[in-house]
Ligand binder design. Structure first.
Ligand code: ATP
Ligand code: MG
Length: 574
């Protein structure tokens, strides 16, 4: 490709709207332009990179036995109603009514569509297993699109879905996908960590996430030394804190007037108390049931853990529900006397471990002090359970080992779904005995755009992007610095030789200063640069430099293409 003919609109200034480096560099290097909040047009360089990632993904999927299909991006809402996810997916799911009054969904994922497809095609166990995948746009009306393509509204996802007659078969395919994902991320030049994950609204049992550790990641990875245990914070288990010894000397509960103090911070400020002295009381609805959850005031509730205990989806109760339950305004709920009124009281170990604490009095503008767990509210009972329902924090252990924390970007996730979708959508098969069973399913997703952004987050310097060779938009950039005939001739010769060798070359034939060319070459991050300047050509040489290194190697013009080819081949991850 000749630079003079290409649309590579690089920008010097850092765009104000871009908070993190990958977003800034994707705009500055002319890979993409924003259309609207969370949607982007990919320009030629950006699309070349995405295509390379998709080709790696496709190659590994095909060689692990998955078959490519393409499903529509507009799906009937009806299917989502059948699995109950029209409600669970909430506002993230964008939908519209068509001219015939039918409700449609812009595909955020495709479990419903693929399961109903399979339901129509599968009769016998003899057809199983199979694994279907597609690479297509998905749309999610994210609450807060940000960080460029890391959390966008429209993005490209590879999603695959496998169908099985038994658990062993599902386990085998799950492992094949897991291994294929390892190869995909390695070929894309990413360093990644595999963590145990929650399956969220996907449902199902086992799940792993593939995460790229980096400061700007939205996910928190919790792990023990040597990554022996690694989990997403949504899933990470913690050892239970030891229960407080019984102490009969603690005075009786005392009511304190705390006018207007509703939040943990407000109560702490008012009473000059530390958050860890408070019992945080949170009220949720799960269908028509009311669930009260307690955690230590300095810790965060983990809604995924609570959801599993609730046995269904949960949402924060509104002010009316809270008033009905506690008799008080929101902000003054507490556990004393609540077990009799709610459907379930779930107490985190951090609260059971307190000798006594401060908590809402179930009376507007009042709190209670010296509340003793087990004395003033029950720690056991028919509807009372003490469990792990909080996020891990610094100082926690798991199986006695210290937990460590780092941030990461989720680039892919694999799930064992079980029969959640097949049961609801009638995806069944007849087994060898002629008995009808629902298919077992697995599903496996990869965020194509997130791979690109993750590669930049961990591959850049102050001058721009440093691409891993396998996903670079071009492998070599030739930079003639000067207009002398011998410079131009040498550039054209090497360009032709490399192109004939199958190398992807960008020839910077623009009529501009060498300095500007170097800046652009660094910004767009092509792995290998061949520079042809006045000095070197006088010695019949060119300069070869890797984007990732400061070293420059002088090579005779006639050897340049062969040498560059050698370096490129040695860098490639097969
Ligand atoms: P997150 O927890 O980050 O919202 P998710 O777990 O909901 O993601 P999945 O349903 O597992 O996402 O989708 C599969 C893959 O699609 C994810 O691993 C991620 O790489 C990518 N992905 C999901 N949401 C987005 C988004 N808003 N923008 C870009 N990529 C996304
Ligand atoms: Mg996920």
């Amino acid at each position: 490709m000749r630079y003079s003919k290409a649309l590579i609109p690089t920008v010097k200034e850092v765009p104000a709207e871009a908070e993190i480096i990958s977003h800034q560099l994707m705009l500055r290097a002319g890979l993409m332009r924003k259309l609207a909040s969370g949607t982007y047009t990919y320009l030629p360089l950006g699309w070349r990179i995405l295509t390379k990632v998709m080709n790696i993904v496709r190659d590994e999927m095909n060689s692990s036995g998955a078959q490519e299909i393409l499903m529509p991006s507009v799906q009937p809402m009806e299917l989502w109603a059948q699995t109950g996810r029209s409600v669970d997916y909430g506002k993230t799911m964008a939908h519209f009514t068509d001219r015939h009054g039918r409700e449609n969904v812009l595909a955020p994922t495709a479990e419903e569509v693929v399961t109903s497809l399979a339901a129509g095609e599968i009769n016998s166990y003899k057809q199983l297993p199979f694994n279907l995948y597609q690479i297509s746009f998905k749309f999610r009306d994210e609450f807060r699109p940000r960080f460029g393509v890391l959390r966008s509204r429209e993005f490209i996802m590879k999603d695959s879905y496998s169908f099985h007659a038994d658990k062993e078969s599902l386990g085998e395919t799950y492992q094949q996908m897991y291994d294929a994902y390892c190869r995909i991320f390695a070929r894309c030049g990413l360093e990644y960590v595999i963590v145990e994950a929650e399956s969220g609204e996907m449902g199902g049992s086992g799940s792993h996430q593939f995460t790229v550790p980096c400061e700007n990641g939205e996910d928190v990875i919790v792990y023990t030394a040597g990554n022996k245990y690694a989990a997403n914070i949504e899933k990470a288990d913690v050892d239970a804190l030891p229960r407080a010894a019984e102490n009969k000397d603690i005075a009786a509960m005392a009511e304190i007037h705390t006018p207007g103090a509703k939040t943990i911070e407000e109560v702490c400020k008012f009473l000059k108390a530390k958050p860890k002295k408070l019992i945080k009381t949170l009220i949720y609805k799960s269908d028509d049931k009311t669930i009260v959850a307690l955690v230590s005031g300095d810790m965060e509730i983990n809604e995924e853990k609570l959801r599993i205990i609730a046995g269904g989806s949960i949402e924060m109760a509104n002010d009316d529900t809270i008033k009905k339950l506690t008799g008080a305004d929101t902000g003054f709920a507490g556990p004393v006397g609540i077990a009799e009124k709610c459907d379930k009281l779930v107490i985190d170990h951090s609260v059971a471990a307190m000798a006594f604490g401060i908590t809402g009095a179930n009376k507007t503008d009042y709190h209670l002090a010296k509340v003793v767990p087990g004395r003033d509210f029950p720690l056991e009972g028919e509807n009372v359970i003490v469990a792990d329902i909080r996020n891990a924090v610094e100082g926690d252990t798991y199986q006695g080992k210290k937990l460590l924390f780092r941030r990461g970007i989720e680039v892919g996730q694999v799930f064992e779904l079980g029969t959640k979708y097949s049961k609801k959508l009638g995806c069944k098969f007849l087994d060898a005995d002629g008995k009808e069973n629902p298919c077992l399913m697995g599903c496996y997703g990869i965020g194509i755009n997130r791979i690109v952004a993750s590669a930049i987050e961990n591959g850049h310097d102050e001058n721009g992007i440093i691409w891993p060779i396998n996903i670079a938009p071009f492998e070599v950039i030739i930079t003639p610095a000067g207009n002398d005939e011998n410079i131009i001739n040498a550039s054209e010769t090497i360009y032709k030789q490399l192109t004939d060798m199958g190398i992807e070359v960008l020839l910077d034939d623009r009529d501009i200063r060498g300095g500007v060319k170097f800046k652009d070459a660094d910004l767009i991050g092509i792995p290998l640069r061949i520079t042809i300047g006045k000095k070197s050509i006088a010695e019949n040489c060119v300069e070869i430099k890797l984007r990732s290194s400061k070293d420059i190697e002088k090579v005779p013009v006639e050897n340049a293409a062969t040498k560059a080819n050698e370096i490129i081949q040695s860098l490639k991850v097969k």
